[in-house]
Design a protein around this ligand. Structure first.
Ligand SMILES: NC(=O)N[C@H]1NC(=O)NC1=O
Ligand SMILES: [Zn+2]
Ligand SMILES: [Zn+2]
Length: 452
């Protein structure tokens, strides 16, 4: 056979081992894996000294196009994903205008995204008060999962998203269970966090630690427990997004042990940054749930290393600079991070905390591919899409704003020394990012709709 591409000599990260191997790619798929491939290829790349692993699947990305394209767009957002080693993502139903809460809005988003993505992409639908009758049309339109907020979602304008009341959560879960859809929830108790923030501001207590204390751990735990209870009652499949505390993870583990269909993600910022760092970095490091205090963060690390967290996502939640250039409690809550999922976490977890590389790959690719039903992705294996990245564990760099592809080139990680580097990103056999050349070629990302 003549291959389109052969990747030679890499340390290939398989599901349960790391081994030197060559990979032959034909028609966008992994067509051969062998100790040595000597056949012909249109192109051969030497990956000596690099880890060769599946591209990340980031199931939590906010691209605010259409409607708020000045915050982030499909072109710039997907370039950042590609440069950071992500080859597929699922886009959140809020921050674009209109929010994705019905089929017409989904169609607008599909139209806006056409021909602009450098990696493969798919969409969430939304559950808000008053749209239970529009869940089915979104499911039929091919969304991968649904999202709702128990927490405040940070906007009061009518065409934006709204958080669910308990009745909507209950009835929405009943409907989604009937449709066999996964519901993903941002879980924090809004009544308590809103009032505690008002208290802090009145008292003039506005440090990073104060912000963490305005959204205390138990407010995440309470909302997680409520979500689990409602899901148990209705039989709805549940996923908890961006969980920031060991206490909440323990509740999810308990539900899993009792046989409930519930999963959990966390994000690099909860491991790389803490509440004590926020005053030095400023509002670029503001997010919800908040960055936790160092001692609490250590216990979240224990959960990650123990395998108690399903996968990692960026919760890339960008905005324009003016919205960040404000006092901490008033600034936009959201971290631009989708370009630094893989390198940051490989450095912190694999290099600094000895996480096995296979486990790292489960966290960035294999586990989300299963939960979000991407059967052709998430693993280096015969017949899978050739979505492959190279990670060089021996390179390091200091992150600068000019390295960023985001529409708004700022990040909470600017100035960070990162002890590894994504050197190549390959999407279905096509090189889309190369460290020396930057983004390569035209956008080739495909829309992946769920068939319903
Ligand atoms: N609307 C939005 O993107 N919110 C996100 N930002 C954040 O830090 N947490 C979120 O849920
Ligand atoms: Zn959220
Ligand atoms: Zn989010």
């Amino acid at each position: 056979m003549t291959y389109d591409l052969i990747i030679k000599n890499g340390n290939v990260v398989f599901y349960d081992e790391v081994r030197k191997a060559d990979i032959g790619i034909k028609n966008e798929k992994i067509a051969c894996i062998a100790d040595k491939i000597d056949e012909e290829a249109a192109k051969t790349i030497d990956a000596n000294g690099q880890y060769v692993m599946p591209g990340m699947i980031d199931t939590h990305v906010h691209i605010s196009e259409p409607g708020r394209t000045e915050w982030e767009g499909f072109v710039t957002g997907s370039q950042a994903l590609a440069a950071g080693g992500t080859t597929s993502y699922v886009e959140m139903p809020l921050n674009a205008l209109p929010a994705t809460t019905n089929k017409a809005a989904l169609d607008l988003k599909i139209e806006a995204a056409k021909g602009k993505n450098y990696v493969d992409y798919s969409f969430y639908g939304g559950l808000i008060p008053g749209n239970i009758h529009q869940l089915e049309e979104q499911a039929k339109g091919g969304v991968k999962a649904f999202k709702c907020f128990i927490s405040d979602c940070g906007s009061d304008i009518p065409e934006d998203f709204a958080n669910v009341d308990d009745y909507t959560l209950y009835k929405g879960m009943q409907k989604l269970a009937e449709l066999d859809q996964l519901l993903c929830i941002h879980a924090e108790n809004p009544d308590i966090t809103r009032r505690l923030a008002e208290d802090k501001m009145r008292e003039g207590k506005t440090t990073g630690v104060d912000y963490a204390e305005s959204r205390p751990i138990f407010t995440e735990v309470e909302a997680v427990k409520r979500a689990i209870l409602f899901a148990k009652e209705t039989g709805c499949k549940l996923h908890l997004v961006h969980i920031s505390t060991s206490e909440a993870i323990q509740e999810i583990l308990k539900a899993q042990r009792e046989g409930q269909d519930v999963t959990v993600e966390s994000c690099p910022h909860y491991f790389a940054l803490s509440a004590e760092d926020v005053d030095a970095i400023g509002p670029k490091a503001k997010c919800q749930p908040p960055l936790r205090k160092k001692a609490d963060q250590e216990r979240l690390w224990d959960e990650l290393l123990a395998g108690n967290i399903g996968w990692l996502t960026s919760d890339h939640s960008p905005c324009t600079w003016d919205l960040k250039d404000a006092p901490l409690f008033e600034a936009w809550g959201g971290i631009s991070g989708c370009q630094n999922n893989v390198d940051l976490m490989f450095d912190l977890a694999v290099k600094q905390r000895n996480m096995p590389v296979e486990q790292f790959v489960h966290l960035i690719a294999t586990n989300p591919s299963k939960r979000f039903n991407f059967p052709n992705k998430g693993e280096i294996a015969l017949g899978k899409d050739a979505d492959i990245i190279f990670v060089d564990p021996n390179q390091s760099y200091t992150l600068k704003s000019e390295d960023l592809y985001y529409k708004n080139k700022f990040s909470a990680y600017e100035g960070f020394d990162i002890g590894c580097r994504v050197t190549k990103t390959i999407l279905r056999g096509n090189i889309v990012f190369d460290l020396n050349e930057g983004i390569v070629g035209e956008p080739k990302g495909k829309l992946m709709l769920e068939n319903n």
